[in-house]
Design a protein around this ligand. Sequence first.
Ligand SMILES: C[S@@+](CC[C@H](N)C(=O)[O-])C[C@H]1O[C@@H](n2cnc3c(N)ncnc32)[C@H](O)[C@@H]1O
Length: 190
Amino acid sequence: MDWNIRYAEGDTPWDKGLAHPVLREPLVRGMLEGRVLVPGCGTGHDVRELALGGLEVTGLDVAPLAIGRALAHPPVARETYVHGDLFGLPAEFKGAFDGVFEHTCFCAIDPARRADYASAVASTLKPGGRLLAVFYTEPDNGGDGPPFGCTAQELDELFKDGFRLLGERRGVPTFAGREDRELLRLFKRV
Ligand SMILES: C[S@@+](CC[C@H](N)C(=O)[O-])C[C@H]1O[C@@H](n2cnc3c(N)ncnc32)[C@H](O)[C@@H]1O
């Protein structure tokens, strides 16, 4: 998948023009604190929403056009954007974050790289840091992806080393068409 071409062609159905609705819940936003990384941030809606909540947020994306659009948006608070690959992180990202917010990055990557995803996210977190993730469980796209779906069992297996599951919720507020197809999970880096 060449993500930059998707942005160049305007073929970005995942971009709803606003942050994931679950971030409007103070209880959910409060699950993260300090310095937060948003991998696969796209044009930065989630980054800005979290930054407005007082967090110091870094958005990372492999598509230069996405980062360019995020940077073109007037800053709302203490947000920054980095063009880069989650699978080749800059050294300064190692153990640098108190939290990671996942939304539509995990489902975008090749399922064969999911263990690499878990390792990469773990590497960015400080001990005790948190991963707050909206996982797309049922993409309903006929089997071809991205997005690639996942099951709770797969997630259990992938995040069993280095993370402890603190809680989960189904049926979270979301975009039209995604109702009951997502799983919110909160992990602690151990
Ligand atoms: C489905 S889009 C979601 C974008 C954004 N989270 C949103 O909801 O609007 C997936 C994003 O992940 C980015 N991405 C895919 N693989 C990546 C990687 N290895 N490292 C960083 N970003 C990646 C793509 O460029 C794309 O912007």
